[in-house]
Write a protein that binds this ligand. Structure first.
Ligand code: GLY
Ligand code: MN
Ligand code: MN
Length: 438
């Protein structure tokens, strides 16, 4: 992709963003859209900042991610104003002079004091102001009007060609990290060293990765959002579950891979989940209700539990009794883009909730798939002691081969996660494509 091609995609993207803003303002009865990038936040009683994470509504307009105290002011039909905060700061590196494919599309006003932004914001008319409360300037307090937010969130599910390009790039950035992590795992490294290998290969630091990577060896793979990285290697690396992404121009990737030590029982489990995952990715097609795909995932994973001799029950019965939820206690996936868990997975254009199936409280996506949407597909099977002990006390527990469960417990669990783009025809698996190209 040349700079020129990217510029072309970006301009088309910006037209879409403006058209969505026009309609959202109309729906809400507003004259202007103001978007605050957000402010730096500091540790209590200290001047040490937390990593800055910009308002996703701001990133939707332009690829500025290290830029607190900036504002976009958009009035339909006019060139948007970008208030660009560039402090005179010798303690930190201030943002560079405005530059990039976006720069000609904005009326850029550089300020050196956050309060100066007010001079560049509208003085008449009704403003929809999107941002966190602490971004407020006198007279410009974020009001996040529901009608505006609901509309923008709903439409963000459809990615522009520019966004798809950036999301593919975020996949390509993450994949070398996953390959380096696998090599470190196979060399017997600790979680901390595997994590360091991942970061080095992606060029990320902990602070700018899109989320806190999950790097779980052995039983730690059974903690869904395992948040630590042990510095000590366990002595025997049986399995690695690594859920780690990358970011490009504010767009995230979110990829999980599970690697084993060659144990045939665990390898059979990983292969079986991988097969079902691929089959589910192939069903990311226009017109499919994502809730149905989630329920199908339960049936497929139930089939794996039965085939591998872990549970002796019909998969339909496993789903009906909630048994599969012991081994697969999260949702099939979620929309992704400007945020890892992108907004509006379960609301319509007016913010009305599209309900989750009963008994599936963690599903993050209940919409029907349409061309242009990108979702994760992330089935998993885990051996989670607290959930297993609850199952053991229930009548359905009798269908479980507990010896087999005990045997697999030290490997923790399996999750395989890809991002899939729903198209007019066959789905595009952004993650597998990036692995294939690596
Ligand atoms: N990385 C969190 C998730 O997969 O949703
Ligand atoms: Mn995910
Ligand atoms: Mn993930």
């Amino acid at each position: 992709m040349t700079h020129q091609d990217l510029g072309h995609l970006y301009r088309a993207h910006l037209s879409t963003i403006k058209a969505r803003a026009d309609r959202a303002l109309e729906k809400g009865g507003f004259d202007h859209l103001l978007v605050a990038s957000g402010v730096e936040k500091f540790e209590f009683l200290d001047d040490r900042p937390y990593p800055f994470k910009p308002n996703a509504h701001f990133k939707a307009w332009l690829p500025l991610t290290r830029h607190p105290s900036c504002w976009i002011a958009y009035t339909p039909g006019r060139k948007p104003v970008l208030v660009y905060f560039q402090p005179d700061d010798y303690w930190h590196v201030p943002p560079a002079a405005p530059e990039g494919v976006w720069v000609d599309e904005f009326d850029v006003r550089v300020i050196s004091d956050p309060a100066e932004a007010r001079q560049h914001l509208p003085t008449t008319g009704k403003c929809a102001i999107l941002g966190e409360a602490d971004a407020a300037l006198p007279g410009f307090e974020p009001n996040n009007p529901k009608a505006v937010i609901d509309y923008l969130h709903f439409h963000r599910a459809w990615k522009t060609a520019y966004e798809l390009d950036r999301m593919r790039a975020a996949q390509r950035r993450a994949v070398p990290g996953h390959l380096a992590a696998r090599a470190a795992f196979q060399a017997g490294a600790s979680e901390a060293r595997i994590h360091a290998a991942y970061l080095a290969a992606t060029g990320h630091t902990d602070l700018d990765a899109p989320y806190n990577s999950i790097v779980g060896l052995n039983q730690h793979g059974a903690t869904l959002h395992y948040q630590y990285k042990d510095a000590q290697a366990p002595g025997r690396n049986r399995s690695l579950l690594i859920d780690a992404g990358a970011e490009v121009d504010g767009y995230a990737s979110d990829i999980t891979r599970t690697w084993g030590d060659g144990d045939e029982h665990f390898a059979a489990l990983v292969n079986a989940v991988d097969n079902e995952q691929l089959a589910l990715c192939d069903k990311v097609r226009a017109g499919t209700d994502y809730r149905d795909l989630h329920l199908e995932c339960h049936l497929r994973l139930g089939g794996v539990l039965r085939t591998l001799g872990i549970v002796d029950m019909d998969p339909g019965q496993m789903l009906a009794t909630g048994l599969t939820s012991t081994f697969f206690p999260h949702g099939l996936g979620h929309p992704i883009g400007l945020q890892v868990h992108d907004v509006a997975g379960f609301t319509d254009e007016d913010g009305k909730v599209i309900p989750r199936p009963d008994g599936h409280p963690f599903l993050r996506m209940t919409r029907t798939l349409e061309p242009g949407m990108v979702v994760t597909i992330e089935p998993g099977l885990y051996f989670i002691p607290t959930l297993l002990s609850k199952l053991k006390a229930r009548p359905e527990g009798k269908a479980v081969n507990w010896d087999k469960v005990e045997q697999l417990l030290p490997w923790g669990g399996v999750r395989i996660e890809d991002e899939v783009h729903c198209t007019d025809g066959a789905p595009e698996n952004l993650t597998r494509d990036a692995f294939a190209a690596a």
